[in-house]
Design a protein around this ligand. Structure first.
Ligand SMILES: O=C(O)CCC(=O)C(=O)O
Length: 293
C-alpha cells in the first residue's frame, strides 16, 4: 500500500466520497506554480492554434501546456491517488478553476460522471489542488458526505449566467444542511469521487481563487465505457490499452500537439452526453476582464 494516505484517510474517502486538506505542494512550489500560470495568462492570452488560453484552461490543457502535465505527474499527488485507485494511473483531463476576486460565479450541485461519457465508475477521482487560499469566503467546494453511494442522479440544465458549469446543470434536490466545506490552504488538495455531490459559492475574498482539477482514471474505466477516449499514463501500466495513450506535450503549444488536441476534442465530443457538444469540459472559466472586484 503506498504511503500517500493513511488507512483512516482512505476509509474516510470511501465512506464520504471526498477527502480534504492533503498536502500536495510546499509553499515555495505552489508560489512557483501560480506564478507560472499567471505568466502564461500575461504572455499567451491569445492562446494558440485557433483556441484561446481560456479554452486550454477549461479542457485538456495537459496536452499542450507542459506545466499542467508536470503538475499532474507530481509524486506527492500520485502517491495519494495510488492509495485510492491502485498502481495504474492515467490523467484524463486537467482543468483550471479560477474565480476572480469579488466574483459572483458559482458552481451548482452536480456529479462529475454524469456528463463525461465514461459511464458510472469507481475508478476515477479528481485531485483539486489549491494554488491560492481557497477559504469559505473565497468560494471553496462543498460536498455532501456519502452522496457517491446514491448512484447517478438526474440533473437539469439551467443555463444560469453566474454558473461556471457550461449548461448550469444541477441536481434537483440536495439537502444542503448536510454539506461540508472543503476549504484549502495554498498547496493543499482535496479528492472527490465522480458521483459525489459538490458545488461552490462566490469568491468574496480580495484574491483570485485558483484551483487545478486533475481527473485521474485507471485502465479499468475503459472496460465498459463507449467510444474512443484518450488519457496520459502517469504511473504503472495500461496493459488493457482501452485508453488511447497520449504522451503529453513536447513543449508549449507545439504544432503537433495542437493538431492532436483538436483530434482528441473532436473524438471526445462525438460520444459526450448529448447536448454538450460545444466542448468536452463541463466548465466555463471566467475571463480575467470579467473581474468585478
Ligand atoms: O472549483 C470549483 O468550484 C468546482 C470544481 C468542480 O466541480 C470539480 O472539480 O469537479
Amino acid at each position: 500500500m503506498p504511503m500517500g494516505l493513511s488507512l483512516e484517510q482512505i476509509e474516510a474517502y470511501q465512506r464520504d466520497g471526498f477527502l480534504t486538506r492533503i498536502r500536495a505542494f510546499d509553499l515555495n512550489e505552489v508560489a512557483m506554480a501560480r506564478q507560472a500560470i499567471e505568466a502564461l495568462e500575461e504572455q499567451c492570452s491569445d492562446g494558440a492554434g485557433g483556441h484561446s488560453l481560456n479554452q486550454f484552461f477549461r479542457v485538456n490543457g495537459h496536452l499542450v501546456i507542459p506545466l499542467l502535465a508536470e503538475i499532474s505527474k507530481a509524486e506527492t499527488i500520485l502517491d495519494s491517488v495510488e492509495a485510492l485507485l491502485g498502481p495504474n494511473l492515467l490523467v484524463w483531463s486537467v482543468e483550471l478553476f479560477i474565480k476572480e476576486p469579488g466574483s459572483g460565479k458559482t458552481v451548482s450541485w452536480h456529479q462529475d460522471l454524469t456528463y463525461w461519457g465514461m459511464g458510472d465508475t469507481d475508478d476515477e477521482v479528481t485531485a483539486w489542488i489549491a494554488l491560492s487560499d481557497v477559504s469559505i469566503e473565497a468560494g471553496c467546494m462543498r460536498f455532501i458526505p456519502g452522496s457517491h453511494k446514491e448512484g447517478m442522479v438526474a440533473h437539469h440544465d439551467t443555463f444560469c449566467d453566474h454558473n461556471l458549469l457550461s449548461r448550469g446543470q444541477e441536481i434537483g434536490s440536495v439537502d444542503e444542511s448536510q454539506a461540508v466545506f472543503g476549504a484549502l490552504r495554498p498547496g493543499e488538495m482535496s479528492f472527490h469521487h465522480g458521483r459525489c455531490f459538490h458545488a461552490s459559492g462566490p469568491n468574496l475574498s480580495g484574491d483570485r481563487r485558483i484551483g487545478v482539477a486533475i481527473r485521474y482514471v485507471t485502465p479499468d474505466v475503459r472496460n465498459e465505457a463507449p467510444g474512443r477516449d484518450y488519457a496520459m499514463l502517469v504511473r504503472g501500466q495500461d496493459a488493457a490499452k482501452g485508453w488511447i495513450n497520449v504522451a503529453g506535450p513536447r513543449r508549449l503549444f507545439a504544432p503537433e500537439d495542437l493538431t492532436a488536441y483538436d483530434q482528441i476534442l473532436q473524438d471526445q465530443s462525438a460520444f459526450l452526453t448529448e447536448g454538450a457538444l460545444d466542448a468536452v469540459s463541463l466548465y466555463q472559466h471566467e475571463q480575467q476582464q470579467e473581474t468585478s472586484a
